[in-house]
Design a protein around this ligand. Structure first.
Ligand code: FES
Length: 277
């Protein structure tokens, strides 16, 4: 059992949880995630390890209500227990001195760039972050990102905070002035795809973090398979970070929509599968 020590509401239906998980905190690196299960019969969901404190033995997870399990998790409070946390999982990004690194985080992709920004800054890089959301209420972890970056840009689709438009608009402006040594982009598929088309044109390496459906998170089920460089990869073990230019984003988009109907039924309490929930 893993105890929730603290819950912080970041935005409507988005919460940050500080969870007591010393063994995971000890081994966590930027790009790792955990698989979480709330009940014996419940599904497992992947969540990025947004941050950790090795001394305190805690990790931070950020959850947006999307399906049934994320909704239940968001209803938990400090003092409640999480049944299973498996991790750290995945292949972390390579943290070293690149020079100037620009990180883009869109919506709940922002927690996934927080630890990367922190680690890359600590490794001596000039870290520029661009975070964006639909409106200012959804622009999460601003203070943490400010601290983790040398320069932070904000964008909102409706212009309610920062630049009106997309994170990629700011990236295009920055790249018109100077060429970064690395770009990292985490967010919705169209955002990552748009980032890659910009970086490709300037021959800048770009790492994206993919979010396909995951079931076991350990390379056994095949549900998270993605095509990278024409080869099948499992995002849970080979990724979730990959060089963006090599990723088949169209296939990823269509696979993400695979269980939309079942998710809607599960939310309505009419779950029809045989997993016993
Ligand atoms: S989630 Fe099952 S193989 Fe990756």
């Amino acid at each position: 059992m893993y105890t929730i020590l603290k819950k912080r509401n970041l935005a409507p239906e988005i919460n940050a949880f500080i969870v007591n998980a010393p063994l995971i905190a000890e081994r966590a690196q930027a790009g790792h995630f955990v698989m979480l299960r709330l009940t014996e019969q419940g599904e497992r969901i992947p969540l990025t390890i947004a941050d950790w404190d090795r001394q305190a033995g805690t990790i931070m997870l950020v959850c947006q209500t999307f399906g049934k399990t994320s909704g239940i998790l968001n209803s938990l409070e400090a003092g409640d227990e999480i049944l299973d946390l498996l991790g750290p999982l995945g292949t972390p990004i390579e943290v070293k001195k690149y020079g100037t690194v620009v990180l883009l985080g869109g919506g709940v992709g922002i927690p996934a760039i927080l630890s990367k920004a922190k680690e890359l800054k600590a490794a001596g890089n000039n870290v520029i972050s661009i975070i964006g959301a639909r409106c200012k209420e959804l622009l999460i972890l601003k203070e943490e990102m400010e601290e983790a970056s040398h320069k932070l840009y904000l964008t909102t689709d409706d212009g309610s905070s920062g630049h009106k438009g997309f994170v990629t608009d700011v990236l295009a402006e920055l790249m018109a002035e100077d060429r970064p040594d690395l770009v990292i982009s985490v967010g919705p598929v169209p955002m990552m795809k748009a980032t890659v088309s910009l970086t490709k044109a300037r021959v800048v390496p770009c790492i994206v973090s993919l979010n396909p459906i995951m079931v076991d998170g350990t390379g056994m089920c095949g549900s998270c398979r993605v095509t990278v460089d024409g080869q099948t990869k499992f995002a849970c073990v080979d990724g979730p970070s990959f060089f963006g230019e090599a990723v088949d984003f169209d296939e990823l988009s269509s696979r993400q929509n695979f269980y939309r109907q079942e998710e809607a039924l599960a939310r309505e309490g009419e779950h029809k599968c045989q997993c016993g929930r």
